[in-house]
Structure formats: structure tokens, C-alpha cells
Design a protein around this ligand. Sequence first.
Ligand code: S3P
Length: 168
Amino acid sequence: MNVILLGYMGSGKSFIGQELSKTLQMPFIDFDGFIEENERSTINEIFDTKGEIYFRKIEHHYLKALLNKSTNSIIALGGGTPCYYDNMQIIKSRENTKVIYINVSVAELSKRLLKEKQARPLLKYVSSIDDMEEFVGKHLFERINFYNQADIIINGNNSPEKIIEEIV
Ligand code: S3P
């Protein structure tokens, strides 16, 4: 079975995915990392040199490529992956796959993202906690209908241990 983790930037998809991979003894794939390896470029560089529209196009392409070849893996997607093209349909139509949304509050996401915004091109111009909360609140509102299509919604404000336990 594949386990696909969705959620906004900073929701802990990669961290939870890595921990889950140890617990369940299943390989972990970080989708942003998969794109970076294949493009031989960082996500930041891709946004800087080619722009977001190009990124969304290759993200769509690599999503299909990854899902076609992966079996029995834990996959952490990028925060925007389910929200462009028919990506969510593609994700949900995979056989033998559980799609999990890690749902974290705007306040908690904003706090985390202010500390770790360097690797995230979309947050380049957001620099105070108030601006971050405003940005994340609006952006999450646009995305929530995609995330809510997951099979399972987990409260990501809980501790990592509790999150892993619930997923298992
Ligand atoms: C994005 C999230 C990022 C990365 C890119 C765009 C988004 O992944 O794919 O910067 O649109 O939310 P993380 O959710 O792993 O930060």
C-alpha cells in the first residue's frame, strides 16, 4: 500500500513521513526532493529562474511519473501539489493508496513558517507573524477543498508521536 501525505507548507509532511517510514518499515519519498533530483535544481532555483507556472507544470508531470512507479511507499507531497491541474484526482484514483491530510492550525503553521521560510519561494516577501497569518489564512482557504478530499484527516497540532500513532 502507498501512503500519501498532504498538507500546507510547514504541516510536517516530511518529518511525519520519515518517522512513519521507520515505524512501518516502508521506504519514504519526499516529492520536492524527487523533483529537485530529476531537475538537478532546487525548488528555489526553479521558481527564481523559470517561475511558478513552469514549476506547476513539471510538478504535475513528476507526480504522474512517481505514482506510476511507486508501490508500498510513504510519499510526502509539496503543499501545493493537490491543488493544481487534476492532481488530486490522480492522487485519489491510485489503487491501494491511503491519502492523509495533516491539518494544522493557521496560528501554528505561521509560527513554524516564519522560522523556516528560506526554502519556500512563496513566502519570500512575508516577514512578520501578522503578515504570515494573513497570508497563510487566505492561502489555506483557497486550498482547503483539495486537502479535505483526503481519505483521512489527522489533527496535525498534536505531537508527532500522537500523529504517527493515529496514522498507524
Ligand atoms: C509549495 C510547497 C513546497 C514546494 C513549493 C511550493 C506550495 O513544498 O513544493 O515551494 O505551493 O505550497 P512543502 O510543502 O514541502 O514546503
